[in-house]
Write a protein that binds this ligand. Structure first.
Ligand SMILES: [Zn+2]
Length: 169
């Protein structure tokens, strides 16, 4: 039988108590060593491999959190979107990836980035959209038509600059 060894004396230990942790995502066990009296805690949770991104051509690559965060921070440049705002979008995408069995379509990431930024600031949304290789000018049009929520400061909207293909930095 498999047992968790006591960290002090390596004797087999007993489970004194088992409880749910992390809202049901993990089990927390209080353990007791009958040999030396040591008490300690172990956690049991789902083992997750590295998250993966599936590209349009079918190729897979590692989910690059740093790159995603940098892209979103770039979109938030000079916009009223904070680093914690960006972190929340990244976390939401990671959670969606984990929920999908550890894999996500690259296009789905773009959709979630756009949706997350749209909630926060129309200008940041457009700055992100402008970096997409297959950026659709209709996004700008739909923004002007009011289907995208306006930025907090409409005077700073980079829509015109995007239409002219300018850099925003
Ligand atoms: Zn012990």
């Amino acid at each position: 039988m498999c047992r968790v060894e006591c960290p002090s004396c390596t004797a087999a230990t007993r489970v004194a108590e088992t409880r749910s942790a992390d809202g049901g995502a993990a089990l927390r066990r209080r353990r007791h060593c009958p040999s030396c009296g040591e008490r300690f805690t172990t956690f049991e949770r789902v083992e997750r491999g590295p998250l993966k991104v599936r590209k349009r051509d079918g190729q897979g690559q590692r989910f690059d959190r740093v790159k995603l965060r940098a892209a979103l921070l770039g979109a938030a440049h000079k916009r009223p979107v904070s680093a914690p705002d960006v972190e929340r979008i990244v976390e939401r995408i990671e959670a969606a990836t984990a929920a999908g069995g550890g894999e996500i379509e690259a296009e789905r990431i773009v959709e979630l980035c756009l949706a997350g930024l749209q909630e926060l600031d129309g200008g940041a949304y457009l700055q992100y959209a402008g970096t997409l290789p297959d950026f659709n000018p209709e996004i700008t049009a739909s923004f002007k038509a009011g289907s995208v929520r306006p930025a907090r400061d409409p005077a700073q909207l980079p829509a015109e600059a995007i239409a002219r293909g300018e850099e925003h930095d």
